[in-house]
Ligand binder design. Structure first.
Ligand SMILES: *[C@@H]1O[C@H](CO)[C@@H](O)[C@H](O)[C@H]1NC(C)=O
Ligand SMILES: *[C@@H]1O[C@H](CO)[C@@H](O)[C@H](O)[C@H]1NC(C)=O
Length: 389
């Protein structure tokens, strides 16, 4: 075993030099997490978290995470880190979540906030950059949210991604890359990927901006202000003549042409306008492709959600710019302990069945289970809660 795992950590350590880790939280120092995480006091009814590895786990200490403790509550808690921008860099957001209580309705997602978020007052209206993770309510809502805040609006992922609904710990990772691609991984497996622009319906937003820029600013061109703009462009389609002699003729450069290629979605009518728009694309507040995945001042991570039945455990939070580091961190945390979890769960189920048998003996005329949650002996929600608490 050890021989297999040591290289993983070794690789992990090697990558530290290259990766930037903005935030990492494994809750390995007892109650000290309370110094790092701020519970919101926006409402006196906000539910409390405790540190717990739950009823079954792979490793009692390593699997400790933030667990929701009160039914039918809103939860709001967050932690800060040194603010950063993901401009030009990959952004990986990763964590583990376990719904050991048989989640019926509630959030299992995290939110990433701008640095100026008011932690003490964190609530459902607090503006966030990214919301990511599973949301379950009955049989209808079982999805992974990936909501991006952009241009003062929240944009949900169009492609629906199914989340895990069993009671085990699952590793969720979101990767946003500067080339405008993204990937969602669950338990280390790629579940969804593609282009941010298309999978968040940002294409229309982009076109909208282009159109308004075109119509609004065109008047400037009409009153003669376009004259100063560069009117020539390198002809990208030209190729070096075969008889070109670099020693005699110097370095070859593509010829300058007056009319730039048409930009998609734009229908310029004349050359001047065409050139002007081309300049406009380069110089002003057009949405550059890049903007779509850029967050200027990322500074906090938090849990802001509602749960009908509590018991969810959040752990192994990571924000980094390095996909490989995240992958290794996932293997070293979730990957290390998950294999032991299934046998532990079986033991816990057996203990529950034993408790049920004892109760049967004491109260043989108990109300029958209504059979709303078939197939889970020993873990029948309504009944268990009533008897255990
Ligand atoms: C909770 O937050 C809302 C919205 O920001 C605010 O209006 C309200 O005053 C806050 N409540 C408390 C008790 O701080
Ligand atoms: C996409 O965005 C446009 C403009 O913002 C909006 O009208 C349309 O309803 C959106 N489509 C979807 C599927 O969200």
């Amino acid at each position: 075993m050890a021989l297999v795992h040591v290289p993983l950590w070794a690789v992990c350590m090697l990558r530290v030099a290259l990766a930037t880790v903005y935030f990492q939280e494994e809750f390995l120092d007892g109650e000290h997490w309370r110094n790092r995480w701020v519970q919101s006091t926006n409402d006196s009814q906000i539910g409390h978290f405790r540190l717990s590895s739950g009823k079954f786990y792979g490793h009692k200490e390593k699997d400790k995470g933030l667990q929701t403790t009160q039914n039918g509550r809103f939860y709001a808690i967050s932690a800060r880190f040194k603010p950063f921008s993901n401009k030009g860099k990959t952004l990986v957001i990763q964590y583990t979540v376990k719904h050991e209580q048989k989640m019926d309705c509630g959030g299992g997602y995290i939110k990433v906030f701008p640095a100026d978020v008011d932690q003490k007052n964190l609530n459902g209206k607090s503006q966030y950059y990214i919301m990511f993770g599973p949301d379950i309510c009955g049989f209808d809502i079982r999805k992974v949210h990936v909501i991006l805040h952009f241009k003062n609006q929240y944009h949900s992922n169009k492609k629906s991604i199914r989340c895990k609904v069993d009671g085990f710990t699952h590793l969720y990772a979101l990767i946003l890359r500067p080339d405008l691609t993204y990937e969602v991984k669950i338990d280390g497996q790629s579940i969804e990927s593609g282009g941010i622009e298309y999978d968040w319906n940002l294409t229309s937003l982009k076109k909208m901006e282009k159109t308004s820029a075109e119509s609004k600013d065109w008047e400037q061109v009409e009153d003669g202000k376009s004259q100063d703009w560069e009117k020539h462009f390198l002809d990208a389609s030209a190729s070096k003549p075969s008889d070109w002699n670099s020693e005699l003729d110097g370095d070859w450069q593509a010829p300058m042409i007056q009319k730039p290629p048409y930009q998609d979605g734009l229908k310029p009518e004349g050359i001047d306008k065409d050139i002007w728009l081309h300049q406009k694309m380069k110089n002003t507040n057009y949405l550059t492709e890049y903007d779509l995945s850029e967050f200027e001042n990322i500074g906090a991570i938090g849990l802001e959600l509602w749960q009908v039945r509590s018991g969810t455990i959040f752990d192994n939070f990571l924000i980094t710019d390095d996909e490989e580091y995240a992958e290794n961190f996932g293997k070293a945390t979730w990957g290390e302990t998950k294999t032991h979890t299934h046998t532990e769960r079986e033991r816990e189920r057996e203990r529950e069945r034993e408790r049920d048998r004892q109760r049967e003996k004491q109260a043989p005329c108990r109300e029958p289970d209504m059979g709303l949650h078939p197939g889970s002996p020993g873990l029948r929600p309504g009944l268990k809660v009533a008897l255990n608490r």
